[in-house]
Design a protein around this ligand. Structure first.
Ligand SMILES: [Zn+2]
Length: 74
């Protein structure tokens, strides 16, 4: 007995094989396409935490520490 499933990527109805390594997608292509979309999203969302921003954070941290040191001297 096989179950018909709708591929989340391409919308094609296909026979769902529980043992398929591509489930719940119809094919490797669709699984990779979905993974690509997911990676795209992660990459976009993670961009604010990129190396440039970590360097900005370090500069900000140094600034805050300098301010703290200066205020202690008052
Ligand atoms: Zn598909």
């Amino acid at each position: 007995m096989t179950a018909e499933r709708k591929c989340p990527t391409c919308g094609t109805n296909f026979e769902h094989d529980p043992a398929s390594q591509w489930r719940p997608f119809c094919s490797r292509r669709c699984k990779l396409a979905d993974l690509g979309n997911w990676m795209d999203g992660v990459y976009r969302f993670s961009r604010p935490l990129g190396v440039d921003d970590l360097e900005d954070d370090e500069a900000l941290l140094n600034q805050l520490m300098a301010d703290a040191a200066a205020s202690r001297e008052d």
